[in-house]
Design a protein around this ligand. Structure first.
Ligand SMILES: Nc1ncnc2c1ncn2[C@@H]1O[C@H](COP(=O)(O)OP(=O)(O)OP(=O)(O)O)[C@@H](O)[C@H]1O
Ligand SMILES: [Mg+2]
Length: 247
């Protein structure tokens, strides 16, 4: 079982869209996959069509009860989030062992899945630290813009702290560019500056801007089901192939 945290504390870089469609892509290849929504915004939960969630990851964290796993399809499950999770950051302050809660909860599903993908909130608080402590590796989606890697130093330094104190084997598995516009002249310059910064960590596959990705999420389905011929489906399928080789 490989646990991947999809992380970037900058908002809107494609974390949720990527978690959802990479997960769906892995499931299509019969890799048993669990998605974990650890963002109070609950975009992943809603993006897979779940509404009015009764029990969420918040209940597990608060009461130390088993993760509530919902089935999406034969090979795809999700642990939903809810807005209550907003309170968790404050409630965790006085809890002993607060950094390792998710890691302990995930032990109960060890062996049931090939991949676990954790969709983090755009923040570097205790919930994100829980994701890093539980994860084997990190994937960072970057928006295709100049200095997309600005501020990434802070994330890298937290990853290094987590390594020192809790999870010595945590790696940065890869960085990939999202929302790319291949017709823009500067796209190539942006890509090459990101490549210079991350070297071989940068994945070959970038995800192009594609409206099918937005529409699919509004419909509560993945892009392979909504528009299998779309650029979004092609790009996420290529990204999944790269993950299978590199992670
Ligand atoms: N390749 C793409 N083409 C077009 N729109 C996209 C693409 N990827 C993501 N989007 C849209 O951009 C917005 C932000 O994407 P997403 O929610 O995946 O980012 P995020 O990093 O999870 O955001 P947050 O930091 O708020 O959690 C969403 O409306 C999403 O539908
Ligand atoms: Mg998100």
């Amino acid at each position: 079982m490989k646990i991947i945290a999809v992380i970037n504390h900058k908002g809107g870089t494609g974390k949720t869209t990527s978690t959802l469609n990479i997960g769906a892509g892995l499931a299509r290849l019969k890799k048993k996959t669990l998605l974990i929504d650890i963002d109070p915004q609950s975009n992943l939960t809603e993006g897979l069509g779940l509404r009015d969630v009764k029990v969420s990851i918040y209940d597990s964290i608060k009461d130390d009860i088993a993760l509530p796993v919902e089935t999406i399809s034969e090979y795809l499950d999700i642990v939903p989030s809810s807005l209550d999770l907003l309170g968790a950051e404050i409630e965790l302050v006085s809890r002993l062992g607060r950094e390792t809660i998710l890691k302990r909860l995930l032990k109960a599903v060890a062996g049931k899945y090939d991949y676990v993908l954790i969709d983090c909130a755009p923040a570097l608080g205790m919930l994100t630290v829980n994701a890093l402590v539980a994860a084997d590796t990190v994937m960072i989606p970057l928006e295709a813009e100049y200095f997309a890697y600005r501020g990434i130093d802070r994330l890298v330094s937290i990853i290094s702290d987590v390594r020192t104190h809790y999870n010595e084997n945590l790696t940065i598995g890869g960085v990939f560019i999202t929302k790319i516009n291949p017709r823009r002249v500067i796209t190539e310059q942006i890509t090459s500056s990101i490549k210079k910064y991350f070297n071989d960590k940068l994945f070959d596959t970038s995800v192009r801007i594609n409206v099918a990705l937005v529409e699919a999420q509004l419909k509560g389905v993945d892009v392979f089901e909504y528009a299998p011929e779309s650029n979004g489906a092609v790009d996420y399928s290529n990204l999944v192939d790269e993950i299978l080789v590199k992670i």
